[in-house]
Ligand binder design. Structure first.
Ligand code: GDP
Length: 573
């Protein structure tokens, strides 16, 4: 079998005759017909061509029988797009047929499938490449878009910050102006117009400065935007026009903020927060209810209750608190407490009372003092019994505390409060009710401790003393001894060159009583006692008691002025 026809070889190899003819032609052999013969040399030439074509290199003489190998390989391509990773599976199929060379001058042919596979592989690679490119492009575009959005947001943020800074600056300027104006108003109320003018001017200046700052900021913004964008040959204004739309919207937002500032500045009726707390003088009486105290401080009762709670005192709205507590709370709340005295009204009345009214001579007020059992009560009783008309007391003997004794030479007011306690009590109240003290000393007894005490009281009150030596009717009465004893206490009788009147009396017999009354009147003349008998009356409460039928009753010695029926007596010290 050295020579075969083309058809036979085609049958052996298993390919169509036409295809073999084409390959023979490509290998440089002249065969064009299926029946033409191929010798060994021709076959070798054909094999060499085919080997060269497919790069198989070495002769495949050892290749055994015809073997077809199919191979399938799967590759995975990892593609990331839009931030997501995607895996693409690529399947490659290969088939190779080996023909035994020894038997039939085996021809290793690259199966047409091989070429197809390669083409498919190429196509798949291209497709993948294209896909990757497309995704890359998309990613780029998206990143660019995001970058633009970020830039826009940044610009907006800067604009907002600028606006905020501007409004803060305006606010500061306004505040400064307000302060200035307030200071000016306080210093010179007449300079209001000037202050307003300067205020508006400075506001305008501040606004102008802010606007200039805003414009420069905007320019820097637009420059930034230009740098970011691709360079264009358009003029600057043309490019600025691109940003007009976005900036205009910003301006529209700014204007309403700027306008009220200009409007508010000249307005004088706008509410201004008080800068300093209002300190009130809160008058506090002896006791005050919580609600009334809150009202005086112009705060809500609940606020006062809260403040007191903070001070550790739980009170209700109607609770009455004392003056000291109220003062502490008032001070705590920053006000000034003014303590009111209960008798402040009376003090006010007394202050109003003028002393320029005409004065007249008045009767002396006499108090009888002396040691116990020396006859004070007896003497007073005698004088009242003999000298005071019964009709004055309505026929009923009652204790009235004081009474007038009418004599031919004048009137004497006796305080029916024998004893030292009353005198001392009145003195303690600062009231000088007595003009003359009648010191009763029993002639049969002498100077006793309470006698000495009475002398001291009278001296302390700087009241002249008239000594009534009582019980002179007694057989053992010794007036001279009394004089002697009293002289030891610096009560020197006139007869001995002193200034004290000594009268010997008897409350029992009435001896010397007239003389005593005359002495009292004589002494009062020396004293030149006068008082006003017009205007509001002023006097001293001699004694007071609670009468079952009439309630509180007081005996009052009117020392000046005139007390009419129905007058209200204000009791004070
Ligand atoms: P008083 O404590 O100073 O008020 O003294 P009283 O007036 O109560 O008198 C005491 C006592 O002395 C009474 O018993 C009186 O009768 C008596 N008495 C008072 N005055 C006289 C008087 O002039 N002569 C006589 N013999 N007895 C008198």
């Amino acid at each position: 079998m050295s020579e075969v026809t083309v058809r036979e070889l085609a049958e052996v190899v298993g390919i169509p005759v036409d295809r073999l003819l084409v390959q023979l032609g490509k290998s440089g052999l002249p065969h064009t017909d299926a029946d033409q013969r191929l010798n060994e040399q021709d076959k070798a030439q054909l094999l060499g061509h085919l080997r060269q074509l497919h790069g198989t290199g070495e002769s495949d003489t050892a290749t055994p029988r015809k073997i077809t190998l199919k191979r399938k390989s799967v590759n995975e391509l990892k593609v990331s797009s839009q931030g997501r990773k995607k895996t693409v599976t690529v399947e490659v199929r290969k088939r190779r047929t080996y023909v035994r060379n020894a038997e039939k001058q085996a021809v290793v042919t690259a199966q047409p499938e091989d070429g197809d596979e390669a083409e498919r592989m190429e196509a798949a690679k291209r497709a993948l490449h294209d896909e990757a490119k497309r995704r890359h492009r998309e990613l780029d575009e998206r990143l660019r878009a995001e970058e633009e959005v970020r830039e826009r947001e940044q610009t907006e943020r800067e604009k907002l910050e600028l606006e905020q800074r501007k409004s803060a600056a305006e606010e500061r300027a306004r505040e400064k102006e307000r302060e200035k104006q307030r200071a000016k108003t306080e210093a010179k109320p007449g300079a209001k117009a000037a202050a307003a003018a300067s205020k508006s001017e400075s506001i305008e200046a501040a606004l102008a400065a802010e606007q200039a700052a805003a414009v420069s900021a905007k320019r820097s913004d637009s420059r930034k935007a230009e740098r970011g964008a691709k360079k264009s040959e358009r003029p600057k204004h043309g490019r600025a026009e691109l940003h007009v739309a976005s900036e205009k919207s910003g301006r529209r937002r700014k204007k309403p903020k700027a306008r009220p500032v200009i409007k508010a500045s000249p307005s004088r009726h706008a509410f201004e927060l008080p800068t300093a707390p209002v300190v009130r003088e809160v008058s506090i009486p002896e006791t005050i209810s919580v609600s009334e105290l809150a009202q005086r401080m112009s705060i809500k009762s609940s606020e006062l209750i809260k403040a007191m709670m903070n001070l550790g005192s739980m009170v209700t709205i109607n609770q009455v608190i004392d003056q000291d507590t109220a003062a502490i709370v008032v001070e705590e709340l920053g006000h000034k407490p003014v303590m009111l005295k209960e008798d402040s009204v009376e003090d006010h009345l007394l202050q109003e009372r003028g002393d320029e009214r005409p004065v007249v001579a008045r009767p002396p007020v006499v108090t009888i003092m002396g040691h116990v059992d020396h006859g004070k009560t007896s003497l007073l009783d005698y004088i009242r019994r003999t000298k005071v008309a019964d009709a004055e007391a309505g026929g009923i003997t009652q204790h009235i505390g004081a009474y007038h004794v009418e004599t031919e030479k004048g009137t004497i007011s006796f305080l029916d409060t024998p004893g030292h306690a009353a005198f001392t009590a009145m003195r303690a109240r600062g009231a000088k009710a007595t003009d003359i003290v009648v010191l009763v000393v029993a002639a049969d007894d002498g100077v006793m401790p309470q006698t000495i005490e009475a002398i001291q009281h009278a001296r302390a009150a700087e009241v002249p003393i008239i000594v009534a030596v009582n019980k002179i009717d007694r057989p053992d009465a010794d007036a001279e001894r009394i004089k002697q004893d009293l002289a030891n206490h610096e009560i020197i009788p006139e007869a001995w060159g002193g200034d004290t009147i000594f009268v010997n009396v008897s409350a029992k017999t009435g001896e010397g009583v007239e003389e005593l009354l005359e002495s009292i009147l004589l002494q009062s003349e020396v004293l030149e006692l006068t008082a006003s008998d017009a205007g509001p009356a002023r006097g001293v409460v001699i004694e007071s008691r609670l009468d079952k039928g009439r309630g509180p009753v007081a005996s009052v010695l009117v020392q000046s002025g005139r007390l009419e029926k129905g007058d209200i007596i204000l009791a004070g010290q």
